[in-house]
Design a protein around this ligand. Structure first.
Ligand code: PHE
Length: 361
């Protein structure tokens, strides 16, 4: 075996010149001068050479070794100098490239804010599926078969519209729809857990409403319910007034208007005093002179949720013993609350993904 020293040197010269950084150069050094490298191979065969050839061969090997060392050192110096030059050219006072960080959507922020208020009051958060059984959305909640909300035009059914199919509560457990409110999660949670319960349920709900500035086919609700022995309507009022004060302001006023929901009795709708005008403080005769408020239309009150004491039939439907528990429930529209909080006048803005809008939150 013999080596062409000139060719080897030439090849090494090219490879070393091409090494772009210290790590690549180190790899070459090992390849040439390392313990199992090229030079080790070259010297290993000396004992096999004829005696007279050895001095010349040894000298050439030595020259190659020195040459390689020289080339490696020179290239190392060069790489270092290049890096320093780059470092010196670089203007460290330039502003950095700012990453495009997003922010939470205003609806998500509102959900979080409301959830935080309730979790501090001891409520836990539960969630349920958006595709719900007809039973949980209606029957379990004491919503009768002939209730208009069950109509195919009021609800998105997944398969055939319920009014065309023979009805029975059993079948309704296998018929699906997009939930029209978050109340079915009451049924899900109460079936699984015994009181005491204090739960809130944020989530999306669906109704086939024509989309306009205040309607969307999908919007957000937060359901809440508290069940125990001896829960009273005054407990409901207390909890909701804490919410209104924390969410809007300490001076906010609240009123409960009698209303009807099949799953609560008694039921009420909750209004807060208008956050823009003070019309609710104005007597009727003064009211005529007032300019119409753009938020409440001069009424002085804004409806923000429905609520009531959970109907005994609902407790029966989840298998609670008769008369053992009482509880309250409420359901609020998150989109509407976010619109009031941030002064947004069109619900569609939430769903258009327009960054000019979203960047403001
Ligand atoms: N589920 C009702 C709705 O969507 C709101 C509600 C919830 C009312 C709980 C009373 C109790 O309109």
């Amino acid at each position: 075996m013999s080596f062409d020293f000139t060719a080897l040197e030439e090849e090494a010269r090219q490879k070393i010149a091409q090494a772009q950084d210290a790590a690549l150069l180190e790899a070459l050094r090992i390849q040439y001068l390392g313990r199992k490298g090229l030079l080790a191979e070259i010297t290993a065969i000396i004992p096999t050479l004829p005696l007279e050839a050895r001095p010349e061969y040894g000298k050439n090997a030595n020259l190659l070794k020195n040459k390689l060392n020289q080339l490696l050192e020179a290239r190392a110096r060069q790489i270092k100098e290049d890096a320093t030059a780059l470092f010196e050219q670089f203007d460290f006072t330039l502003p950095g490239a700012i990453p495009q960080a997003g922010t939470a959507h205003p609806i998500a922020q509102t959900v979080k804010e409301i959830s935080d208020i309730f979790t501090k009051l001891g409520f836990v958060i539960a969630e349920g599926p958006e595709v719900e059984t007809e039973f949980n959305n209606f029957t379990g909640l004491n919503i009768p078969l002939d209730h208009p909300a069950r109509d195919a035009f009021d609800t998105f059914y997944i398969k055939s519209p319920s009014h065309q199919v023979t009805r029975s509560p059993e079948k309704e457990k296998n018929r699906f729809l997009l939930r029209s409110h978050t109340s079915p999660v009451q049924i899900r949670v109460m079936k699984k857990h015994k009181p005491p319960l204090a739960v809130i349920v944020p989530g999306k709900v669906y109704r086939p409403d024509a989309v306009d500035a205040s309607h969307s086919f999908m919007f957000h609700q937060i359901e809440g319910f508290l069940v125990d022995e001896d829960v009273k309507f005054s407990d409901l009022k207390g909890i909701l007034s804490v919410l209104a004060k924390k969410l809007f302001s300490r001076n906010i006023k609240m009123r409960f208007r009698p209303h009807f929901f099949p799953f609560t009795e008694p039921s009420a709708e909750v209004d807060i005093s208008c956050i823009l005008c003070k019309s609710h403080q104005v007597t009727k005769s003064q009211g005529h002179q007032e300019k119409r408020c753009s938020v409440c239309g001069g009424k002085g009150w804004l409806e923000i949720m429905g609520c009531g004491m959970i109907h005994p039939n609902v407790f029966a439907n989840v298998g609670y013993p008769k008369g053992a528990y009482t509880g309250f429930a409420f359901g609020m529209g998150v989109d509407r609350i976010a619109m009031l909080k941030y002064g947004i006048n069109d619900i569609r803005l939430f769903y258009e993904n327009d960054l000019r809008f979203l960047r403001q939150f």
